[in-house]
Write a protein that binds this ligand. Structure first.
Ligand SMILES: Cc1cc2nc3c(=O)[nH]c(=O)nc-3n(C[C@H](O)[C@H](O)[C@H](O)COP(=O)(O)O)c2cc1C
Length: 308
């Protein structure tokens, strides 16, 4: 039977199927069900910087979730912090470590609407936060980012230099919509679909083996085909939230079977044999991951409508 073990942030996981941060990973019951269904690791919901600033219930409850999860699960438990400033992390990161977190995921998302702030300033700000958290903990550290950088390949390298052991590509946030009857802004959060996999797929393929860093694919992983795609592109793990919220933790069971079946059919015994097979560096046409095929793609679409 195909071996699904993988290494993520220096930890050996039994499977590359990881439950990303969501309300499902926020209860012990949800976490147990995910482990039973075959998750290789779990990422807890984020503790927000604002919750830390007002000491009290939220931070205490979070530490106790980490402790309970550590006691009842065998798989790695990754704690998650969400913040945009460098302060406040140090003592808390130590307490997460003491509570038994196996690793830390730092979720930084920052929309700058200040015209005076340059891309360089914003990037520096990200790196400053990563360095502060790196100093505060010796836990393996993953940084979850958005795709909205002008030079993501370069930024990825700087994040690694600042102390990231892993990159989670990508975070997916709600984007406000407008209600034209009530004339107000409404927050919307829709679950993803497999179509959205293309963005992380491209960047995983581009970043595979560029830096010494683990890569996690997040956004749009729903099916076994999606999982196999991100592994071929070069991911170490495939993270899932929407698929698990929609179908429940047991969704992982058939996925694992289907990934193994595919590996058997293609003669792969380990993930190492297939990881990165279709990364940018491994394919005959590396430009396929960049803009070069744009014209061809557009032309093929135009051809469909006109019957050419
Ligand atoms: C209801 C909900 C809550 C989420 N909460 C968090 C969170 O606390 N921290 C975080 O880093 N990501 C959070 N996410 C983002 C997911 O971890 C994931 O990155 C995103 O949903 C894209 O993956 P998917 O396509 O598998 O859903 C949340 C997503 C949803 C749908």
């Amino acid at each position: 039977m195909a071996d699904l073990r993988t290494t993520y942030l220096g930890m050996e996981l039994r499977s590359p199927l990881v439950a990303s941060s969501s309300p499902l990973t926020g209860s012990l019951d949800g976490l147990r069900r995910l482990e039973a269904a075959g998750a290789g690791a779990v990422v807890l919901p984020s503790l927000f910087e604002e919750e830390l600033a007002t000491p009290g219930a939220a931070a205490g409850a979070y530490l106790s979730l980490v402790e309970q999860a550590r006691q009842s699960l065998e798989i790695p438990v990754i704690a998650s912090l969400n913040g945009v400033s460098r302060g406040g992390w140090s003592s808390y990161a130590t307490r997460l470590e003491e509570a038994g977190a196996s690793a830390l995921e730092l979720n930084i998302y920052y929309v700058s609407s200040r015209p005076g702030l340059s891309g360089n300033d914003v990037e520096w700000h990200y790196l400053d936060v990563v360095r502060a958290v790196r100093r505060a903990t010796s836990l393996p550290l993953a940084v979850k980012v958005s795709p909205y950088f002008s030079a993501l390949a370069n930024m990825a390298g700087q994040l690694v230099e600042s102390g990231a052991n892993g990159l989670v590509l990508f975070n997916r946030f709600y984007q406000p919509d407008l209600d034209i009857e009530a004339m107000e802004v409404v927050p919307t959060l829709e679950l993803s679909s497999s179509v959205e996999l293309r963005l992380p797929l491209r960047w995983i393929a581009i970043l595979h083996r560029r830096h010494r860093v683990s890569l996690a694919a997040s956004t749009g992983v729903h099916t076994a085909v999606d999982v196999i795609k991100v592994l071929l592109a070069g991911a170490d793990v495939a993270m899932m939230t929407s698929a698990l919220l929609r179908n429940g933790p047991d969704h992982l069971r058939p996925l694992e079977v289907q990934v193994r079946d595919w590996m058997d059919r293609h003669g792969f015994e380990t993930l190492g044999q297939l990881r990165g097979r279709l990364s940018q560096r491994s394919v005959p046409d590396p430009a396929a991951f960049e803009r070069a095929n744009y014209i061809k793609t557009l032309a093929s679409h135009a051809g469909r409508g006109t019957g050419r």
